[in-house]
Ligand binder design. Sequence first.
Ligand code: DGJ
Length: 373
Amino acid sequence: MYKPLLTFLAAASIAIAALTGCSKKAEIVPGAVWTDTEGQQINAHGGGVLYHDGLYYWYGENRPQKGFTSEAGVNVYSSPDLTTWTPLGLALTVSDEPGSDIESGCIIERPKVIYNPKTGKFVMWFHLELKGQGYGPARAAVAVADRPEGPFTFVKSGRVNPGIYPENMPEEVRNSGVTIENLEWWTPRWYEAVDSGAIALRDIEGGQMARDQTVFVDDDGKAYHIYSSEDNLTLNVAELNDEYTGHTGKYVRIFPAGHNEAPAIFKHNGKYWMIASGCTGWAPNEARLMTAENIYGPWEQLPNPCVGPDAELTFKGQSNYILPVEGQPGKFIAMFDRWNPENLFDSRYVWLPIDFKEDGTPYVEWRDSWILD
Ligand code: DGJ
């Protein structure tokens, strides 16, 4: 269907729903302009959704129309039904203070918020690049708040687990001195070196790189930080402490040299499932599906979970978060970003339900529009 017409129909259906009080019947139109309750285009990219006390909170990067640095921070919206979103402003605001880790002009990406019932705090993790340093620093950053809408107070940023070896790196590799120096990328010798942990070893002293990231709270209340490390070549699964504000030192490397970005994870019927992307900058590529029975692995890679037009390009999007629908066990929404590097503000959201095959494998099928029951 013609795009402006689809956008108009989506807006009309939300308006009719609001007038008739049937807001739960509002449509989700993947890829269309999504406006908030004030009629403004939602600006919450690379984000995540938290359910707390009867409301969903959507956190995401506040992106400008031009450029790609963070001049504002992380936006938050609330919704009772996942379709109508009320803007609550900035949950985390960048700093005016020169030299601050989150100084205006830094890069804040992929913010995710989890709630810690033990401390009563909301904890936000995000990927941070320091002002003026491109994507070199590759830091993980954390901020906390007493309320879901914030304000979040910045706590710290840095590489992850400095001085600590990954749990699944054998003793003989730790002392092997394996390196990728002077090796040509993607040659068998380079692959072998990355696979065994050359880049992780290079970064032991200062800590592991952390770019695209997510956080996940397991059924037992333990939280994990999952991020693209080793120059985006390898994913790490790292345990968070009881407060969720730091790492315990326990972490594993998964899919070494797999070149995975954009990890999004969920658990269903006792199994962990992850959707990730390849590494092609802002351009879309084919999604990957991974599964494990233990969050630390072994993880197994499965074929692309996307089905339908542009499935080989993740519907022109990139995975971002997988949201369990509150009170509906087995219902999950896969959230993707359809980036527009010419105008990151206007990057679109592709939200689609996750379906399961008979053998329990999840897949995501394209729908022009759908209604959340
Ligand atoms: C792909 C990542 O997934 C995005 O979050 C962003 O970092 C872009 N790369 C930047 O090119």
